[in-house]
Design a protein around this ligand. Structure first.
Ligand code: ADP
Ligand code: MG
Length: 887
């Protein structure tokens, strides 16, 4: 083989075949294995390293760390070694925890994104196979259809209306028309129209090509090192949380200054009040907020993935919870998508499939099935490993292939006799597929299959019992009636027609070729509903999410399916493509409320549908599979690509449905709501924690009391005891009752009235209790060190208690299963352990200036901790009652 520095666009196809020792049938599996070893896997080199160090360094770039470091140095210089050591320990803990959490989050996010490796179609020894794109080698023949991602650099040798979007590589936004002829060597990349390049997207038509370069040798591979790494944008919630955190930081800074000024005014020891100020600031600034939100979003993505949907962007994990409309495809998403031919409808009647072979009277039936084999790209494929016959291809075409076989027709034989010379691939925008097949008679035949009304309207004649007759108005009406009857039963119906044309004619040279057809008949398919879809529809409705069917299929078929799913859909609840065409956007907005089904729509209509809903303030999820669906998927709040969909659709989507199932969308919405609630829980806990700590210190100064707690003790509670419970809340399993409520409105603040009240109440109750204890024990004992130990323990015990109340906004604490969150149990136990260490281990007694507490003090602490929970639960309950009333 030649060295791989050759250019390929200037060579003839034959030369390329010869150079790469391959042919139109492709290389053998054995050869492919050898080449894979030689050239390596077809993937781009990954960057790693540097980022870990970068992440670590970034931990030090926070105002919090600066404040702490300065405070640490000052205390060291003035000789407060213990305080200084504690402060530096706090810095270390803070950065390490931050680093590990962010590192883990980053790693899981990357892992989540890697999961969908895409497939490519290759010919090996003449057999078409789907393999992982990583396994492609130079010399492979790849088959490219509209919507495919191009897996490697390749030279085209066959194409039909083939167009490729190369924006990723050349920046050119309009699709490039491809051709086959060899080009002058000096052509630049963007002009090498006989080549396709890895990472670009097939937009139209279909083609075959010889792979010439793979992996890092491809054009993208060569510039990969220049490409910036994709950076995840912050989600609106992350944005608003960081804004909140920033705002709080300023507020806390101001309060800290007030505390400091008050302390100086009251002539407290300068160093003591200085370090206290710092400790309060550190304790109150909710630095863990943002990373907790990120962790919750990622955990949610993982759970959704377990349910078989892959969320591609963090922001989608968040938006999912507020989805209020789900526009779903019918075929394959609501139904199984595994079609079966029930029979053929022609010559005015329906013949069941098993009677066609034996029926002597109707030869047209067989002609319909024959057309179904010509207009067909599905193929039998023998799996060498288990000896099974598989069929690869479109579900409709698979069913046609099987039906042909059952009636004794053979696609291979037919195509040998009348080979295909040209084709128009199926496109959901035109709703048909056509092939041009060679005849011996000096004429060629066009076969067309597609949406039945369309085929009928393209036909001039019809074939009845082997004879061609004109298709007059009366006949048309009859056939349409037959079609409606079939559709009303929920069958999927496809129409077939043909036409003889001159030998020279080709599709590309003549737009009018698919016209004046001779109508053959319908094939009737059965496509049963997926089990459980009806239940999912009900769940969605119960959750205030409206499911809407948006299908390319016949109106009546769609109505029947909608009824089967429990929607009371009548004709007036349906809009067809025709209705949409005759309707302004304004009108659509007015009518859209009562619509359950959009039928016979083209992908471009989907964009209008999304826009109309969005204009009404709805948050829309929309499914799609084809190239043309990409704009609608982008426009929707949650674009959902089905798993069997094209790479283009997947690229435009926010979520990929790995199992194609509607149920999974509803599950993801449920998860989205749980994600949002967990974020609320964390915010509630962290902010009430901050609030109570600030008020405690500020209050003592306002009332001219001695400091009720020492700086080191505050840091201990905040950094050592409360970090884990906070993370544990992120892991709290959601409540399925989220699906009993209406979707959250777009853009509402996470700090709603209930949250603010709860934060305030929790903080105030905790402080009242702590002040009460402080005052009582100080007055009765006169021992400040002892009293502070009690307040310190009180602060710790309280937050370890009320974290349990933060687990639900819907249920009181005694209605929650305490064992559902093992991590929280562990964190609480760990928190108490740390408290015991602080109180009873001599070394820490020394450092934290604590004294051991006895049974009496502990009893008081526990009683007050429980009392605090009671108070919080009463407030929660008031809100629960109020919500019930509103409903
Ligand atoms: P849907 O899958 O919701 O029915 P599509 O846009 O995929 O919508 O298809 C629209 C219509 O085009 C179908 O209802 C059917 O009549 C027709 N159609 C679908 N697949 C094919 C195909 N492979 N060849 C020809 N016609 C097809
Ligand atoms: Mg479809």
């Amino acid at each position: 083989m030649k060295p791989r520095t050759t250019t390929w666009h200037n060579l003839s196809c034959e030369k390329v075949f010869w150079t790469l020792k391959t042919d139109k049938k492709g290389i053998s599996e054995k050869e492919a294995k050898l080449r894979l070893k030689k050239y390596g896997p077809n993937k781009l080199p990954e960057k790693k390293g540097a980022t870990i160090i970068g992440l670590f360094i970034s931990q030090f770039k926070s105002p919090l760390v600066y404040i702490l470091a300065i405070a640490g140095i000052i205390s060291f210089v003035v000789g407060e070694r213990v305080d200084s050591a504690i402060i530096f320990a706090a810095v270390a803990i803070n950065t390490l925890v931050g680093f590990f959490e962010e590192y883990r989050a980053d790693k899981s996010l990357k892992a989540l994104k890697k999961i969908v490796s895409y497939k490519a179609k290759v010919l090996r020894n003449g057999v078409q196979k789907e393999i992982s794109a990583v396994e492609i080698v130079p010399g492979d023949i790849i088959i490219l259809d509209a919507g495919d991602k191009i897996p490697a650099d390749a030279r085209l040798f066959e194409e039909h209306n083939f167009e490729v979007g190369e924006a990723a590589l050349t920046g050119e936004s309009s699709p490039v028309k491809k051709s086959l002829k060899a080009l002058p060597e000096n052509k630049i990349l963007a002009e090498r129209v006989n080549m396709v390049y890895a990472g670009t997207l097939a937009f139209r038509g279909r083609a075959k090509a010889i792979v010439v370069q793979t992996g890092k040798e491809t054009e993208v591979g060569k510039i990969a090192s220049m490409l910036r790494e994709f950076k995840e944008e912050k989600t609106p919630l992350q944005e608003s949380i960081s804004r909140l955190a920033r705002k709080l930081t300023y507020i806390i800074a101001v309060i800290s200054l007030i505390i400091f000024a008050l302390g100086i005014f009251e002539k407290k020891d300068f160093l003591e009040i200085f370090i206290t100020t710092i400790a309060v600031a550190v304790a109150a600034i909710p630095e863990g907020l943002l990373i907790s939100v990120t962790i919750i979003l990622i955990l949610g993505m993982k759970k959704i993935l377990k349910d078989k949907a892959m969320v591609r962007k963090l922001v989608a994990a968040e938006t999912l919870g507020s989805v209020s409309i789900i526009c779903t495809d019918k075929t394959g998403t609501l139904t199984e998508g595994e079609m079966r031919v029930v029979g053929v409808h022609c010559c005015g009647k329906m013949t069941p499939l098993n009677e066609i072979a034996s029926s002597k009277e109707c030869s047209t039936c067989l002609e319909v099935l024959r057309a179904g084999l010509f207009c067909n790209d599905a193929t039998f494929h023998l799996d060498k490993e288990n000896g099974n016959q598989d069929i690869v291809g479109d579900p409709i075409e698979k069913a046609l292939l099987l039906a042909g076989n059952e009636t004794g027709l053979n696609k291979k034989d037919l195509n040998k006799k009348m080979p295909r010379v040209d084709e128009i691939p199926f496109d959901s925008a035109v709703k048909y597929m056509a092939t041009l097949n060679k005849l011996d008679s000096g004429k060629n035949t066009v076969f067309v299959k597609g949406a039945p009304e369309l085929i009928l309207s393209l036909s001039k004649n019809q074939k009845v019992n082997g004879k061609t007759k004109e298709l007059d108005q009366k006949e048309r009406k009859n056939i349409e009636k037959g079609l409606d009857k079939l559709a009303l039963q929920g069958y999927r119906v496809l129409g077939f027609g043909f036409r003889e044309v001159d030998k020279k004619e080709r599709f590309s040279g003549n737009d009018g070729l698919v016209k004046n057809l001779t109508f053959l008949g319908f094939v009737v398919f059965d496509d049963p509903l997926r089990p459980g879809t009806r239940e999912s529809f009900n769940l969605a409705k119960q959750a205030g999410v409206r499911p809407v069917i948006v299908t390319g299929d016949h109106k009546f078929t769609a109505i029947k399916i909608a009824n089967q799913l429990g929607l009371p859909t009548k004709e007036k609840n349906v809009l067809t493509a025709e209705d949409l065409e005759n309707m302004s956007d304004d009108e659509l907005r007015k009518r859209i409320k009562g619509i359950d089904v959009f039928a016979r729509v083209e992908p471009r209509h989907k964009v209008r549908i999304v826009a109309a809903y969005q204009a009404k303030g709805e948050v829309v999820a929309m499914t799609g599979d084809g190239v043309n669906d990409a704009p609608a998927l982008k426009a929707a709040d949650i674009g959902v690509a089905v798993g069997y969909g094209t790479e283009v659709a997947k690229g435009a989507a926010d979520m990929v449905l790995l199992d194609n199932n509607f149920k999974t969308i509803v599950r993801a919405v449920e998860q989205g709501r749980m994600i949002y609630e967990n974020i609320k829980k964390v915010v509630l806990y962290l902010l009430s924690d901050s609030f109570s700590e600030i008020i405690l210190i500020l209050g003592s100064l306002v009332f001219f009391l001695p400091l009720p707690i020492l700086p080191a003790q505050i840091l201990w509670v905040n950094l050592i005891e409360d970090t884990l419970p906070n993370i544990a809340l992120a892991f709290d399993p959601g409540e399925k009752e989220v699906m009993n409520e209406k979707p959250r409105k777009r853009g509402v603040s996470i700090l709603d009235k209930e949250m603010k009240t709860l934060i305030f109440i929790i903080g105030i109750f905790t402080d009242i209790i702590l002040f009460g204890m402080f005052y009582y024990f100080w007055k009765t004992s006169g021992n400040l060190e002892y009293t502070r130990s009690i307040v310190f323990a009180g602060l710790a015990v309280n937050s370890l208690f009320y974290v349990w109340a933060c687990r639900s906004f819907r249920f009181t604490i005694w209605h929650k299963n305490p064992f559902a969150n093992k991590f929280l149990i562990f964190s609480t136990i760990f928190g108490f352990l740390m408290l015991f260490i602080a109180l009873y281990v001599p070394f820490f007694q020394n450092v934290l200036r604590t004294v051991p507490l006895g049974v009496f003090e502990w009893s008081v602490l526990v009683v007050f901790g429980i009392l605090n929970i009671f108070l919080i639960e009463i407030v929660k309950y008031v809100f629960i009652l109020r919500r019930k009333k509103i409903k």
